[in-house]
Design a protein around this ligand. Structure first.
Ligand code: NAP
Length: 308
Protein backbone atom coordinates (compact mmCIF):
# COMPACT_ATOMS: atom_id res chain seq x y z
CA UNK A 1 0.00 0.00 0.00
CA UNK A 2 1.43 3.40 -0.92
CA UNK A 3 0.73 6.69 0.83
CA UNK A 4 -1.03 9.53 -0.96
CA UNK A 5 1.54 12.31 -1.45
CA UNK A 6 0.63 15.76 -0.10
CA UNK A 7 1.74 19.28 -1.05
CA UNK A 8 3.56 19.68 2.28
CA UNK A 9 5.60 16.45 1.93
CA UNK A 10 9.26 17.09 2.66
CA UNK A 11 10.66 14.50 0.26
CA UNK A 12 14.23 13.29 0.53
CA UNK A 13 14.86 12.47 -3.13
CA UNK A 14 15.49 16.03 -4.46
CA UNK A 15 17.79 16.85 -1.53
CA UNK A 16 19.67 13.57 -1.99
CA UNK A 17 20.04 14.26 -5.74
CA UNK A 18 21.53 17.71 -5.03
CA UNK A 19 23.97 16.29 -2.45
CA UNK A 20 25.02 13.42 -4.74
CA UNK A 21 25.66 15.87 -7.62
CA UNK A 22 27.88 17.95 -5.27
CA UNK A 23 29.74 14.80 -4.20
CA UNK A 24 30.26 13.77 -7.84
CA UNK A 25 31.82 17.12 -8.62
CA UNK A 26 34.12 16.79 -5.60
CA UNK A 27 35.17 13.21 -6.41
CA UNK A 28 35.97 14.20 -10.03
CA UNK A 29 38.27 16.96 -8.80
CA UNK A 30 39.91 14.67 -6.26
CA UNK A 31 40.41 11.94 -8.91
CA UNK A 32 42.19 14.41 -11.18
CA UNK A 33 44.59 15.08 -8.33
CA UNK A 34 45.12 11.30 -7.90
CA UNK A 35 42.86 10.79 -4.88
CA UNK A 36 40.21 8.05 -5.36
CA UNK A 37 37.38 7.59 -2.90
CA UNK A 38 36.77 3.96 -1.97
CA UNK A 39 34.18 2.71 0.50
CA UNK A 40 34.50 -0.71 2.10
CA UNK A 41 31.24 -2.19 3.37
CA UNK A 42 31.44 -4.88 6.08
CA UNK A 43 28.61 -7.37 6.52
CA UNK A 44 28.65 -10.03 9.22
CA UNK A 45 26.23 -12.97 9.14
CA UNK A 46 22.94 -12.91 7.25
CA UNK A 47 23.56 -10.87 4.12
CA UNK A 48 19.92 -10.94 2.94
CA UNK A 49 18.88 -8.85 5.99
CA UNK A 50 20.94 -5.89 4.71
CA UNK A 51 21.02 -6.68 1.00
CA UNK A 52 18.59 -3.93 -0.04
CA UNK A 53 20.49 -1.22 1.91
CA UNK A 54 23.85 -2.33 0.54
CA UNK A 55 22.62 -2.48 -3.06
CA UNK A 56 21.23 1.05 -2.68
CA UNK A 57 24.49 2.33 -1.18
CA UNK A 58 26.44 0.70 -4.02
CA UNK A 59 24.21 2.29 -6.68
CA UNK A 60 24.39 5.77 -5.15
CA UNK A 61 28.14 5.49 -4.63
CA UNK A 62 28.57 4.69 -8.34
CA UNK A 63 26.49 7.78 -9.22
CA UNK A 64 28.75 9.87 -6.99
CA UNK A 65 32.01 8.53 -8.48
CA UNK A 66 32.91 6.49 -5.38
CA UNK A 67 34.25 2.96 -5.63
CA UNK A 68 32.27 0.53 -3.45
CA UNK A 69 33.52 -2.85 -2.31
CA UNK A 70 32.03 -5.42 0.06
CA UNK A 71 33.50 -7.86 2.56
CA UNK A 72 31.24 -10.58 4.00
CA UNK A 73 32.20 -12.41 7.18
CA UNK A 74 30.48 -15.51 8.62
CA UNK A 75 28.16 -15.25 11.64
CA UNK A 76 30.76 -17.23 13.62
CA UNK A 77 33.55 -14.63 13.34
CA UNK A 78 34.87 -13.49 16.73
CA UNK A 79 35.13 -9.88 17.96
CA UNK A 80 38.93 -10.10 17.89
CA UNK A 81 38.96 -11.42 14.32
CA UNK A 82 36.68 -8.71 12.95
CA UNK A 83 38.64 -6.02 14.79
CA UNK A 84 41.83 -7.33 13.12
CA UNK A 85 40.12 -7.14 9.74
CA UNK A 86 39.18 -3.51 10.46
CA UNK A 87 42.77 -2.69 11.46
CA UNK A 88 43.94 -4.11 8.13
CA UNK A 89 41.51 -1.78 6.34
CA UNK A 90 42.71 1.14 8.49
CA UNK A 91 46.23 0.40 7.24
CA UNK A 92 45.25 0.08 3.55
CA UNK A 93 45.68 3.50 1.89
CA UNK A 94 43.35 2.50 -0.99
CA UNK A 95 40.37 2.17 1.40
CA UNK A 96 39.24 5.68 2.30
CA UNK A 97 36.01 4.91 4.19
CA UNK A 98 34.57 1.98 6.17
CA UNK A 99 30.88 1.16 6.77
CA UNK A 100 29.64 -1.50 9.19
CA UNK A 101 26.26 -2.83 8.10
CA UNK A 102 23.72 -3.56 10.84
CA UNK A 103 22.23 -5.70 12.34
CA UNK A 104 25.24 -7.54 13.74
CA UNK A 105 25.25 -10.96 15.44
CA UNK A 106 24.58 -10.65 19.19
CA UNK A 107 28.14 -11.59 20.24
CA UNK A 108 29.67 -8.68 18.27
CA UNK A 109 29.92 -5.27 19.95
CA UNK A 110 29.11 -2.49 17.46
CA UNK A 111 30.53 0.12 19.81
CA UNK A 112 33.91 -1.64 19.91
CA UNK A 113 33.96 -1.95 16.10
CA UNK A 114 33.16 1.75 15.70
CA UNK A 115 35.99 2.62 18.06
CA UNK A 116 38.40 0.38 16.09
CA UNK A 117 37.87 2.22 12.79
CA UNK A 118 40.45 4.97 12.24
CA UNK A 119 38.52 8.26 12.79
CA UNK A 120 40.02 9.48 9.48
CA UNK A 121 38.00 6.73 7.70
CA UNK A 122 34.89 7.00 9.90
CA UNK A 123 32.38 7.94 7.18
CA UNK A 124 29.43 6.90 9.37
CA UNK A 125 30.49 9.51 11.92
CA UNK A 126 30.15 7.08 14.82
CA UNK A 127 33.67 6.82 16.25
CA UNK A 128 33.76 8.38 19.75
CA UNK A 129 36.15 11.03 18.34
CA UNK A 130 33.65 11.99 15.60
CA UNK A 131 30.82 12.22 18.14
CA UNK A 132 33.08 14.28 20.44
CA UNK A 133 33.94 16.70 17.64
CA UNK A 134 30.25 17.56 17.28
CA UNK A 135 30.25 18.75 20.87
CA UNK A 136 33.13 21.07 19.87
CA UNK A 137 31.05 22.44 16.94
CA UNK A 138 33.08 20.57 14.30
CA UNK A 139 30.05 19.33 12.41
CA UNK A 140 31.25 18.02 9.06
CA UNK A 141 31.57 14.30 9.94
CA UNK A 142 28.35 13.72 11.87
CA UNK A 143 26.34 10.47 12.13
CA UNK A 144 24.56 10.12 8.78
CA UNK A 145 20.93 9.85 9.94
CA UNK A 146 21.24 12.80 12.31
CA UNK A 147 22.90 14.97 9.65
CA UNK A 148 20.24 13.89 7.11
CA UNK A 149 17.41 14.89 9.45
CA UNK A 150 19.02 18.32 9.98
CA UNK A 151 19.55 18.73 6.20
CA UNK A 152 15.81 18.14 5.69
CA UNK A 153 14.96 20.85 8.22
CA UNK A 154 17.41 23.26 6.56
CA UNK A 155 15.70 22.69 3.21
CA UNK A 156 12.52 24.29 4.60
CA UNK A 157 14.32 27.64 4.76
CA UNK A 158 13.26 28.14 8.39
CA UNK A 159 15.63 30.39 10.38
CA UNK A 160 17.39 28.02 12.78
CA UNK A 161 18.60 30.71 15.17
CA UNK A 162 16.19 30.73 18.09
CA UNK A 163 13.99 28.05 16.50
CA UNK A 164 12.05 26.02 19.08
CA UNK A 165 13.12 22.42 18.36
CA UNK A 166 11.89 19.32 20.16
CA UNK A 167 13.59 15.95 19.65
CA UNK A 168 11.83 12.77 20.75
CA UNK A 169 14.37 9.98 21.36
CA UNK A 170 17.94 10.44 22.61
CA UNK A 171 19.95 7.58 21.11
CA UNK A 172 23.69 8.07 20.48
CA UNK A 173 23.37 7.87 16.70
CA UNK A 174 20.18 9.87 16.11
CA UNK A 175 18.57 11.97 18.87
CA UNK A 176 21.69 13.18 20.72
CA UNK A 177 23.69 14.21 17.63
CA UNK A 178 20.65 16.03 16.19
CA UNK A 179 20.50 18.01 19.45
CA UNK A 180 24.18 19.02 19.19
CA UNK A 181 23.98 19.83 15.48
CA UNK A 182 21.01 22.14 16.07
CA UNK A 183 22.44 23.76 19.20
CA UNK A 184 25.43 24.70 17.04
CA UNK A 185 23.02 26.41 14.63
CA UNK A 186 21.51 28.49 17.44
CA UNK A 187 18.25 26.57 17.91
CA UNK A 188 16.67 26.15 21.34
CA UNK A 189 16.57 22.40 21.82
CA UNK A 190 14.47 20.19 24.11
CA UNK A 191 15.16 16.46 24.17
CA UNK A 192 12.41 14.04 25.24
CA UNK A 193 12.64 10.33 26.07
CA UNK A 194 10.60 7.61 27.74
CA UNK A 195 10.79 9.30 31.15
CA UNK A 196 9.60 12.69 29.88
CA UNK A 197 6.49 13.60 31.90
CA UNK A 198 4.32 15.20 29.24
CA UNK A 199 5.57 14.43 25.78
CA UNK A 200 2.52 16.11 24.22
CA UNK A 201 3.11 19.41 26.08
CA UNK A 202 6.71 19.57 24.82
CA UNK A 203 5.90 18.41 21.29
CA UNK A 204 3.12 21.01 20.91
CA UNK A 205 5.64 23.84 21.53
CA UNK A 206 7.90 22.77 18.68
CA UNK A 207 8.44 24.79 15.50
CA UNK A 208 10.42 21.76 14.37
CA UNK A 209 9.71 18.29 15.77
CA UNK A 210 12.15 15.40 15.24
CA UNK A 211 10.93 11.93 16.16
CA UNK A 212 13.37 8.98 16.43
CA UNK A 213 11.88 6.33 18.68
CA UNK A 214 10.67 3.29 16.74
CA UNK A 215 6.97 3.39 17.80
CA UNK A 216 4.28 3.74 15.10
CA UNK A 217 1.76 6.56 15.68
CA UNK A 218 3.61 7.84 18.79
CA UNK A 219 2.89 11.39 17.59
CA UNK A 220 -0.66 12.34 16.56
CA UNK A 221 -2.25 15.58 15.35
CA UNK A 222 -3.06 16.72 18.94
CA UNK A 223 0.66 16.73 19.77
CA UNK A 224 1.73 19.02 16.96
CA UNK A 225 1.83 22.81 16.67
CA UNK A 226 -0.04 23.99 13.55
CA UNK A 227 2.49 25.04 10.91
CA UNK A 228 5.36 23.02 12.40
CA UNK A 229 8.03 21.11 10.46
CA UNK A 230 7.89 17.40 11.27
CA UNK A 231 10.93 15.21 10.64
CA UNK A 232 9.98 11.55 11.14
CA UNK A 233 13.04 9.32 11.48
CA UNK A 234 11.27 6.17 12.70
CA UNK A 235 11.19 3.03 10.58
CA UNK A 236 8.57 0.48 11.64
CA UNK A 237 7.22 -2.53 9.84
CA UNK A 238 3.44 -2.92 10.37
CA UNK A 239 0.57 -4.79 8.74
CA UNK A 240 -1.47 -2.38 6.62
CA UNK A 241 -5.27 -2.34 6.07
CA UNK A 242 -4.79 -4.57 3.03
CA UNK A 243 -3.11 -7.23 5.23
CA UNK A 244 0.29 -6.60 3.66
CA UNK A 245 3.45 -5.52 5.44
CA UNK A 246 4.24 -1.83 5.12
CA UNK A 247 6.83 0.61 6.48
CA UNK A 248 5.64 3.55 8.59
CA UNK A 249 7.37 6.15 10.74
CA UNK A 250 6.71 7.21 14.34
CA UNK A 251 4.26 9.92 13.34
CA UNK A 252 0.60 9.35 12.46
CA UNK A 253 1.21 10.77 8.98
CA UNK A 254 -2.41 11.05 7.76
CA UNK A 255 -3.62 13.16 10.71
CA UNK A 256 -0.41 15.13 11.34
CA UNK A 257 0.05 16.21 7.72
CA UNK A 258 -3.17 18.25 8.06
CA UNK A 259 -1.56 20.37 10.81
CA UNK A 260 2.06 20.54 9.68
CA UNK A 261 3.60 22.92 7.14
CA UNK A 262 6.23 20.30 6.28
CA UNK A 263 6.29 16.57 6.99
CA UNK A 264 8.75 13.90 5.90
CA UNK A 265 7.00 10.83 4.44
CA UNK A 266 8.15 7.36 5.53
CA UNK A 267 9.53 5.86 3.39
CA UNK A 268 10.93 8.57 1.12
CA UNK A 269 11.95 11.26 3.65
CA UNK A 270 15.04 10.81 5.81
CA UNK A 271 16.20 7.50 4.22
CA UNK A 272 17.42 8.78 0.80
CA UNK A 273 19.20 11.76 2.40
CA UNK A 274 20.98 9.45 4.88
CA UNK A 275 22.71 7.60 2.01
CA UNK A 276 23.66 10.91 0.36
CA UNK A 277 25.21 12.14 3.63
CA UNK A 278 27.24 8.91 3.84
CA UNK A 279 28.72 9.80 0.43
CA UNK A 280 29.28 13.41 1.46
CA UNK A 281 31.10 12.16 4.58
CA UNK A 282 33.22 9.95 2.30
CA UNK A 283 34.46 13.03 0.46
CA UNK A 284 35.07 14.87 3.75
CA UNK A 285 37.12 11.91 5.03
CA UNK A 286 39.13 11.71 1.80
CA UNK A 287 39.86 15.45 1.90
CA UNK A 288 41.11 15.08 5.47
CA UNK A 289 43.35 12.16 4.43
CA UNK A 290 44.72 14.25 1.58
CA UNK A 291 45.36 17.24 3.84
CA UNK A 292 47.14 15.07 6.41
CA UNK A 293 49.24 13.43 3.70
CA UNK A 294 50.21 16.73 2.11
CA UNK A 295 51.06 18.21 5.47
CA UNK A 296 53.47 15.33 6.05
CA UNK A 297 54.92 14.73 2.57
CA UNK A 298 54.14 17.76 0.40
CA UNK A 299 51.84 17.71 -2.63
CA UNK A 300 53.74 15.87 -5.39
CA UNK A 301 54.52 12.29 -4.49
CA UNK A 302 51.34 10.78 -3.02
CA UNK A 303 50.68 8.63 -6.13
CA UNK A 304 53.65 6.46 -5.13
CA UNK A 305 52.05 5.63 -1.77
CA UNK A 306 48.46 5.34 -3.09
CA UNK A 307 49.48 2.77 -5.75
CA UNK A 308 51.64 0.60 -3.47
P1 NAP B 1 16.95 3.49 19.84
O1 NAP B 1 18.41 3.43 20.05
O2 NAP B 1 16.09 2.32 20.19
O3 NAP B 1 16.42 4.77 20.62
C1 NAP B 1 15.05 5.03 20.79
C2 NAP B 1 14.88 6.25 21.64
O4 NAP B 1 13.51 6.50 21.84
C3 NAP B 1 15.52 6.13 23.01
O5 NAP B 1 16.24 7.30 23.27
C4 NAP B 1 14.32 5.99 23.95
O6 NAP B 1 14.51 6.62 25.19
C5 NAP B 1 13.26 6.77 23.22
N1 NAP B 1 11.91 6.35 23.60
C6 NAP B 1 11.44 5.09 23.78
N2 NAP B 1 10.12 5.11 24.09
C7 NAP B 1 9.75 6.42 24.12
C8 NAP B 1 8.54 7.08 24.39
N3 NAP B 1 7.42 6.41 24.65
N4 NAP B 1 8.53 8.43 24.33
C9 NAP B 1 9.64 9.13 24.06
N5 NAP B 1 10.83 8.54 23.77
C10 NAP B 1 10.89 7.20 23.82
O7 NAP B 1 16.60 3.81 18.32
P2 NAP B 1 17.41 4.67 17.19
O8 NAP B 1 18.53 3.87 16.69
O9 NAP B 1 17.62 6.06 17.65
O10 NAP B 1 16.29 4.67 16.07
C11 NAP B 1 15.04 5.30 16.27
C12 NAP B 1 14.14 5.02 15.09
O11 NAP B 1 14.76 5.56 13.94
C13 NAP B 1 13.94 3.52 14.79
O12 NAP B 1 12.63 3.34 14.27
C14 NAP B 1 14.96 3.24 13.71
O13 NAP B 1 14.57 2.17 12.87
C15 NAP B 1 14.96 4.56 12.97
N6 NAP B 1 16.20 4.85 12.24
C16 NAP B 1 16.07 5.38 11.01
C17 NAP B 1 17.19 5.67 10.26
C18 NAP B 1 17.01 6.29 8.90
O14 NAP B 1 17.96 6.36 8.10
N7 NAP B 1 15.83 6.80 8.59
C19 NAP B 1 18.45 5.40 10.77
C20 NAP B 1 18.57 4.91 12.07
C21 NAP B 1 17.42 4.64 12.80
P3 NAP B 1 14.99 5.79 26.48
O15 NAP B 1 16.41 5.40 26.19
O16 NAP B 1 14.87 6.80 27.58
O17 NAP B 1 14.07 4.62 26.58
Amino acid sequence: MTKTPHHNDLRGAPIAARLIAEVKEATSELKMAGWNAKLMSITIGDVTAVDLYVRNQRRRAAEAGIEFQEQHYPETITQIEIESALRALNADPRVTGIIIQRPLPKHISLKRLQATINPMKDVEGMHPASIGNIVYNELDLAPCTAAAAVELLKSTGLELKGLEVVIVGHSEIVGKPIAFLLMSEGATVTVCHHMTRSLAAHARRADALFVAVGKPKLIDAQMVKPGAAIIDIGINSVIGPDGKEMIVGDVDYESVQKEASWITPVPGGVGPVTVAILLKNTVTALRRQRALYEEAFGTNDHQIVKKS
